[in-house]
Design a binder for this molecule. Structure first.
Ligand SMILES: C[S@@+](CC[C@H](N)C(=O)[O-])C[C@H]1O[C@@H](n2cnc3c(N)ncnc32)[C@H](O)[C@@H]1O
Length: 501
């Protein structure tokens, strides 16, 4: 698609354009923006949305395509459009999609307000890292674009920095901005920001009470890449909002806040009996407002739909039944779990542990919920509550709400064994030599181990068998070790979820 017809930029947008053109924002996959994930949450709250596999998708502020290109590669029947203000980012996005030969994704260089609509509608609209980082008129334009172009049964994802948690982060931003605003050269800005952050941390640690506790906020700055400092911590615009203000803004544009795209952020009775009962008595948005304060939330991934579609209902266990469940990444990454309980232990804790072990063993693949329900019932003592499918579903829902398990409306599309001519996910092959992460088939960013893996992954394009791959790997592997090392690397790739099914 050709670029948008440019209009005169307001000063704030022109300055953002210069900033994103001078320091590239390195995009990555944001799992909860994937239409398949949005569809899962929508169904769990009782709202039907279009089939993600054949959807029309718009990403606003798509940057270098780090999020949209992998979605396009995984969904050949979907049609996707990305728009971004930065010419440089759009150039990167086109190069990424072009290298993969994708014909189902188009990138437009331009201001969101110049988006050529001509009656186009989208089933899924994504705006990640956008709302908080643009001036207020562009925020309104985002909601207007959603109102004008979202299909009647569509769903939009808008992430935003959130209060009250971001008030804490704002302490860092305010100091770094005032100390770097006058510096022109980006490298000098970054160096100054890091020096100031280290000094602040050191000084705050010497104070009694709260300052000491908050000193760690400044420590994070040392490990942040330059582009994050530039476009996040010292960005001229960074406006967190209360969820209820965000929901009110959606209302003003004929839209309704539906739910958070992260199931872990859905309301669960996790605050003690008295507080749980209190939270239950207040209205939907007020309840979210209270929990944001209890948890000091900093970030939200809000899903919105057209007003009139209803606000959904709290996630119901029965809606999990036709779905699939996988282990959450955080669960898999936990080091050194305790040994499994003996088979004779049928306590609730032991059953939950066995369930999580089973999900971890299958990771990154998912397991049909019906199989899990039958397995839980089969391994429960006759007559026990969990022998009842409804109770088993509740156990699974609790694991999902606690952030340990992930529901999927469709099975996770990963390989569970390595074929003779292995094929790695095409965007990951492209990223292997260019990024410090690769995207997997679950739309997560995962890390390769070392240079050998970065060189190997691009070879897995289906044109070589294992012997052929090992022969190429001999160039950088000690003599006689290539074949054996290859098996280890392939097993690792399988576990990372980067192998196509
Ligand atoms: C913080 S970056 C986020 C990039 C990506 N969505 C992500 O989350 O990784 C914000 C992006 O929005 C783009 N942007 C800012 N104002 C815009 C506007 N008015 N129209 C289109 N894109 C805009 C910037 O160029 C930048 O690529």
């Amino acid at each position: 698609m050709s670029d948008a017809t440019p209009t005169a930029r307001d000063a704030a947008t022109a300055s953002l354009e210069r900033a994103y053109d001078s320091v590239l924002f390195v995009g990555r996959p944001w799992p909860n923006t994937h239409p398949a994930r949005m569809a899962t949450i929508a169904r769990l709250v009782g709202i039907e949305v279009p089939d993600p596999r054949r959807a029309r998708v718009l990403e606003v502020g798509c940057g270098d395509g780090g999020n949209l290109v992998p979605i396009a590669a995984a969904s050949p029947e979907a049609r996707l459009v990305g728009i971004d203000l930065s010419q440089r980012a759009i150039g990167e996005a086109r190069a990424f999609a072009g290298a993969l030969g994708l014909a189902n994704v188009r990138f437009i260089h331009g201001d969101l307000r110049e988006l050529p609509t001509s009656g186009d509608t989208y089933d899924y609209i994504i705006a990640h890292g956008f709302h908080s980082w643009v001036p207020p008129p562009v925020r309104d334009a985002l909601f207007e674009t959603i109102r004008e172009t979202l299909a009647d049964d569509g769903i939009a994802f808008v992430s935003h920095n959130t209060l009250p948690g971001c008030s804490i982060r704002k302490i860092v931003w305010d100091v770094l901005r005032s100390q770097t605003d006058a510096i022109e050269s980006p490298p000098e800005k970054f160096a100054r920001a890091r020096v100031v952050a280290a000094l602040m941390s050191e000084a705050m640690r010497m104070q009694p009470g709260l300052p000491q506790a908050l000193a760690g906020e400044f420590d994070d700055i040392a490990s942040r890449p330059d582009f994050m400092l530039m476009h996040d911590d010292i960005a001229p615009i960074n406006d967190p909002v209360l969820l209820r203000d965000f929901a009110a803004q959606a209302d003003r544009h004929g839209l309704t806040w539906l739910a958070d795209a992260d199931l872990f952020k859905h309301i669960a009775p996790a605050f003690g009996e008295r507080a749980n009962a209190w939270i239950d008595t207040v209205g939907r948005i007020e309840r979210e407002h209270l929990v944001d304060h209890i948890r000091l939330r900093r970030f939200r991934e809000s899903l919105v739909v057209r007003a009139g579609r209803g606000t959904g209902t709290p996630v119901a266990a029965a809606r999990l039944e036709p779905m699939h469940l996988s282990a959450a990444n955080s669960l898999v990454e936990q080091p050194g779990a305790a040994p499994p309980p003996p088979a004779s232990d049928r306590s609730p804790a032991a059953r939950r542990r066995r369930l999580l072990d089973r999900l971890v063993a299958a990771h990154p693949a998912s397991i049909p919920v019906r199989d899990l329900v039958a397995w839980i019932a089969g391994s429960s003592a006759p007559g026990s509550a969990l022998a009842q499918p409804e109770q088993a579903l509740h156990l699974l829902l609790r694991a999902a709400l606690a952030g340990m398990a992930l529901p999927h409306a469709e099975p996770v599309p990963v390989a569970t064994r390595i074929g003779e001519r292995p094929v790695a996910f095409a965007p990951a092959r492209w990223q292997a030599q260019r990024r410090d992460f690769v995207v997997n088939r679950r739309h997560d960013a995962v890390a390769l181990h070392g240079e050998a893996q970065r060189r190997l992954l691009p070879l897995l394009d289906g044109t070589r068998d294992r012997a052929g791959i090992a022969a190429r790997a001999e160039d950088w592997t000690p003599p006689g070790e290539a074949r054996h090392a290859l098996d280890d690397h392939l097993a690792h790739f399988l576990k990372l979820g980067v192998i196509d099914p």
